[in-house]
Design a protein around this ligand. Structure first.
Ligand SMILES: [Zn+2]
Length: 336
C-alpha cells in the first residue's frame, strides 16, 4: 500500500468526509488554517484500501510477573533469549524501542521533532541498524514528529499506521518519506499481528473501523507477550478506546503497562487498570509540561492497581528486560 495514495483515498472518499481533530491537545500540530498539500490532492480512483490480513496468534499463555529494580548498567540489551523494551525519554511525547530476541526491532512512536536528535543517538547507542517495524500510534506531533528524522536515518521494513488522517505538514512529510523510501505501509487494526521473529508476535488490540472522531482514541494499541511476561502499549487511547477494548473481550493483562496519554485524566480508568493488572506502569511525560500530565487522579488510580510507577520525567529512560519468565527494570537515573 502506498502511504500517500492511502491518504488521497481517505481524504476524497465520499464515506470519509474530511475531518479535523476537534481539539488539539498537543503543541506543534497545526489546526485550522489552510489544509496542507495532502488535503488538496485530487480524487483518486483507488478508493479505500484493505487493511492487512489477519494472522491469529496460536496460543494464550498464562500471565505472571516478578520484578526487580536496580541501577542502570549492564543487561539491558536483547539477545540470548531476552526481550528488551526501552521507554525512551523524549520529553513530552512517546517513543518505545522493542528489541526482540530474534534481533528484530520495533519502534512505537518517535516523540516530538525537537527530540529526534536524542532519539536517533539513543537508537544508535543500542546498535539499531534497521527498524523492522515502525508503529505510528496516531498522527499527533508528540508521537510522529521525531519519526520523520528516524525514517531518514534508518532503513525501515514496515510502517503500521492508525490511518487517522491529520492535515499537518508533519504527517504529510511522514507519509511522503514512506513512499519515497518504498517502505511497506499498512493500517493497524484490532486482530492484526506483527511478526517479530519465530514464535513471537505482537498483537494489535485497537482500533476497529470505523475510526472514532477523537484522534487519541484512534491510537494503535499493541500487546506484546513473551513467555509469561506481557506488555501493553496504549498510545494516547482515552476512555472510549479503553471501553471499546474492554468490550471486545481482548486479553488486556500486562505485566508492564505503558500508561495511556502521558497519564492524562481522560485515560487509565479504574476498570481498565483492573483488567490490565499491571505490576509496573510507565508514564512517558515531559518535566513541567503545560498539560499537567500526569494527572493526580490518574496517579491515585495507578497506585490502586499497580505496584510501581516509573515516569520518564523523573526516572529518565526506563528499560525493561525479560527472559519470558521474570523481568527487571533499569532506569537512566537509577532511582529506587
Ligand atoms: Zn501524546
Amino acid at each position: 500500500m502506498r502511504a500517500t495514495a492511502f491518504v488521497k483515498g481517505i481524504l476524497t472518499s465520499p464515506g470519509q468526509p474530511r475531518r479535523r481533530c476537534h481539539r488539539n491537545p498537543h503543541p506543534g500540530t497545526r489546526q485550522g488554517g489552510a489544509p496542507t498539500r495532502a488535503a488538496r490532492l485530487p480524487r483518486t480512483a483507488t478508493g479505500m484500501p484493505m487493511a492487512a490480513a489477519l494472522v491469529a496468534l496460536a496460543a494464550m499463555t498464562l500471565w505472571a510477573a516478578m520484578m526487580g529494580a536496580d541501577a542502570a548498567g549492564a543487561g539491558t540489551g536483547s539477545g540470548a533469549g531476552r526481550l528488551a523494551v526501552h521507554f525512551i525519554d523524549v520529553g513530552q511525547g512517546d517513543s518505545i524501542l522493542i528489541l526482540a530476541p530474534s534481533g528484530k526491532t520495533m519502534l512505537i512512536d518517535g516523540g516530538p521533532a525537537d527530540a529526534s536528535e536524542r532519539l536517533i543517538a539513543y537508537l544508535k547507542e543500542q546498535e539499531v541498524a534497521k527498524i523492522d517495524v515502525l508503529v505510528a500510534t496516531h498522527p499527533h506531533a508528540d508521537h510522529i514528529g521525531g519519526l520523520v528524522e528516524v525514517l531518514r536515518a534508518f532503513p525501515v521494513g514496515l510502517v503500521v499506521d492508525s490511518g487517522k488522517v491529520h492535515t499537518t505538514a508533519t504527517y504529510e512529510r511522514f507519509l511522503t518519506l514512506i513512499d519515497q523510501k518504498n517502505i511497506r505501509f499498512r493500517l493497524g487494526r484490532a486482530g492484526d499481528s506483527i511478526d517479530l521473529g519465530p514464535g513471537f508476535a505482537a498483537r494489535i488490540l485497537h482500533p476497529t473501523e470505523p475510526l472514532p472522531e477523537n484522534m487519541n482514541d484512534c491510537s494503535v494499541v499493541v500487546r506484546l507477550e513473551y513467555g509469561k511476561v506481557s506488555f501493553l502499549f496504549t498510545g494516547d487511547a482515552e476512555r472510549d478506546a479503553e471501553n471499546a477494548m474492554l468490550k471486545s473481550g481482548a486479553d488486556l493483562r500486562a505485566a508492564v503497562l505503558k500508561v495511556a496519554h502521558h497519564g492524562s485524566r481522560t485515560s487509565s480508568s479504574p476498570w481498565f487498570l483492573k483488567a490490565a493488572k499491571p505490576a509496573v506502569a510507565v508514564i512517558l511525560v515531559g518535566a513541567g509540561n503545560s498539560y499537567g500530565h500526569p494527572h493526580r487522579i490518574t496517579l491515585l488510580n495507578l497506585a490502586d492497581y499497580t505496584d510501581r510507577v516509573y515516569r520518564t520525567d523523573v526516572d529518565g529512560d526506563v528499560v525493561v528486560t525479560t527472559d519470558g519468565t521474570t523481568f527487571r527494570v533499569d532506569t537512566a537515573r537509577g532511582g529506587p
